[in-house]
Design a binder for this molecule. Structure first.
Ligand code: PLP
Length: 401
C-alpha cells in the first residue's frame, strides 16, 4: 500500500493538521522521511524523546522486555514497574507511585486523588480546584477543564464543576480566591503550551504557603518540565518548593507511552482499593523503558549537559536575532526554549515552523507567537550548530520575503 500524506485526510479524524512530511526512521537527533530527506529534530516529539530516537539503551530495554512479558494488567504486579517506582521514590519527595499511560491520565489521577483526600479529611464542601490561565493539563474532560484555555474545554457540554482560574504569577489573585473550600492548586512549574512562562521565585513560594495555610494540596504538573527537561530531574527540585502530588509523562518514557503520579504515603492512602485504575498503567514494557530512561537521565552528566546546551541554544538564537531582528525575547529554561516573535511577526509562529521543516529542521510552536524548541537532552553540539544554521535559513526566508 502506498502511504501518503493525502491518506491522512481520507482515513483520519480531522482533529490534527500534520506536516506534509512523513518520517520513517530516526537516530539520535536526526530523522529521515519517506524520500530519505534528513531532518534535525529540535521538537523531540513535543518534549518526549529526551534521549533522541532509537537510543541503544532504550532499544535494548524494549527488546529485552518484549521477549519476556508484555502485559499483565493490575491483577498482578511486575518487576519493571516496581523497580521504576523504587527509583522514582528514591529520587524525589514521593513515597508512592500510580502509573498511567499519558500526561492527561496522570493528571486525572492527581485531581481525583486530591478530591478524595479532601472528602475523606474535610468533607464534601472542600472541592475547589484552582489552576492558572493559559495552563495546560491534558485533554480528558476534567484535565482540559482545569487547563486554563476555554477554547479547548468549551463545546463539550457541562464541565466538571468547582474549577477556577487565576493569572499565573499573580499571587494576590490566588490569595483572594483561596479559602478552606480549596482542595488543591494545580500548576506547571513553567507553563509550556501556554507560552514558556517561568514562575517567579516569590510566586512559587507563595503558592506553597497559601496551600499550607488553607490545608490545600499543591499539585505540580511536570508532564512537560520533568525528567531533566529544565536541567534537574524534576523542576521542583530547582525551585525550593515541594509539591504534595507530582505528575510525570512525556520524557519519562522517552517515546514509549507512560505516565506517573507521585505522592506521599499519607496522601496516597486515600486512593483505596478500587477507587481508581487503568488496564495498561504500569505495563511491564512501558516501565522497562522508563527505567532505562531514568538510569541515563538522572545522572549529573545528562542534567548538567542540559544547562550547557541551553547556553549554546540561547547564544545561537541571540546571534540569529542580532542579524534578523525577528524575536522580542528568548524565554524558557533548560531545553524547553522559545523564541518569542516581535511585533512585526505576530501570529506567524507556524510559518516559522513550516519554513524550518522546509530547511530540514523540526521545530514546534507554543501558541501563535512563539517558536518552541524541545530537543533531545543529549543532542550533540554538532547537531545544535547545524540545526541552528537551518533555523537561520528559515528565519532569513521569512524576514527577506
Ligand atoms: N500536562 C502538560 C504540562 C503538558 O504539556 C501536556 C501535553 O502537552 C499534558 C499535560 C498532556 O499530556 P498527554 O498529551 O500525554 O495527555
Amino acid at each position: 500500500m502506498q502511504v501518503t500524506r493525502e491518506l491522512f485526510d481520507d482515513v483520519m479524524v480531522p482533529n490534527y493538521a500534520p506536516s506534509s512530511i512523513i518520517p520513517v526512521r530516526g537516530e539520535g537527533s536526526r530523522v529521515w522521511d519517506q524520500n530519505d530527506n534528513e531532518l534535525i529534530d529540535f521538537a523531540g516529539g513535543i518534549a518526549v524523546n529526551c534521549l533522541g530516537h532509537c537510543h541503544p539503551a532504550l532499544v535494548a530495554a524494549v527488546n529485552d522486555q518484549a521477549s519476556k512479558i508484555w502485559h499483565l494488567s493490575n491483577v498482578m504486579t511486575n518487576e519493571p514497574a516496581l523497580r521504576l517506582a523504587k527509583k522514582l521514590t528514591d529520587a524525589t519527595f514521593a513515597d508512592r507511585v500510580y502509573y498511567a499511560n499519558s500526561g492527561a491520565e496522570s493528571n486525572e489521577a492527581a485531581l481525583k486523588l486530591a478530591r478524595r483526600w479532601a472528602l475523606d479529611n474535610y468533607g464534601a464542601d472542600k472541592d475547589q480546584i484552582i489552576a492558572f490561565k493559559q495552563g495546560f493539563h491534558g485533554r480528558t474532560f476534567f484535565t482540559v477543564t482545569v487547563g486554563g484555555q476555554e477554547a479547548y474545554s468549551d463545546g463539550f457540554g457541562p464541565k466538571p464543576g468547582a474549577v477556577e482560574h487565576v493569572a499565573y504569577n499573580d499571587l494576590e489573585a490566588l490569595k483572594a480566591l483561596m479559602s478552606e473550600r480549596t482542595c488543591a492548586v494545580m500548576m506547571e512549574p513553567l507553563q509550556g503550551e501556554g507560552g514558556l512562562v517561568s514562575p517567579t521565585a516569590d510566586f512559587v513560594k507563595g503558592v506553597r504557603e497559601l496551600c499550607d495555610e488553607h490545608n490545600a494540596l499543591l499539585i505540580f504538573d511536570e508532564v512537560q518540565t520533568g525528567f531533566g527537561r529544565l536541567g534537574s530531574l524534576y523542576a521542583y527540585q530547582d525551585l525550593g518548593v515541594t509539591p504534595d502530588i507530582l505528575t510525570s509523562a512525556k520524557a519519562l518514557g522517552g517515546g514509549f507511552p507512560i505516565g506517573a503520579m507521585l505522592t506521599t504515603a499519607e496522601i496516597a492512602k486515600h486512593l483505596k482499593i478500587g477507587t481508581h485504575g487503568s488496564t495498561y498503567g504500569g505495563n511491564p514494557l512501558a516501565c522497562a523503558v522508563g527505567e532505562a530512561v531514568m538510569d541515563i537521565v538522572n545522572t549529573p552528566e545528562v542534567l548538567n549537559g542540559v544547562k550547557e546546551k541551553e547556553a549554546q541554544f540561547r547564544a545561537g538564537l541571540e546571534a540569529i536575532n542580532a542579524k534578523y531582528n525577528a524575536f522580542s525575547e528568548i524565554r524558557g529554561k533548560g531545553l524547553l526554549l522559545g523564541a518569542v516573535l516581535n511585533d512585526k511577526y505576530q501570529g506567524r509562529a507556524r510559518d516559522f515552523m513550516v519554513a524550518s521543516a522546509d530547511n530540514g529542521l523540526m521545530a514546534l510552536v507554543a501558541g501563535a507567537n512563539i517558536v518552541r524548541f524541545a530537543p533531545s537532552l543529549i543532542i550533540t553540539d554538532a547537531d545544535i550548530t547545524e540545526g541552528l544554521a537551518r533555523f537561520e535559513k528559515a528565519v532569513a526566508q521569512i524576514v527577506n520575503a
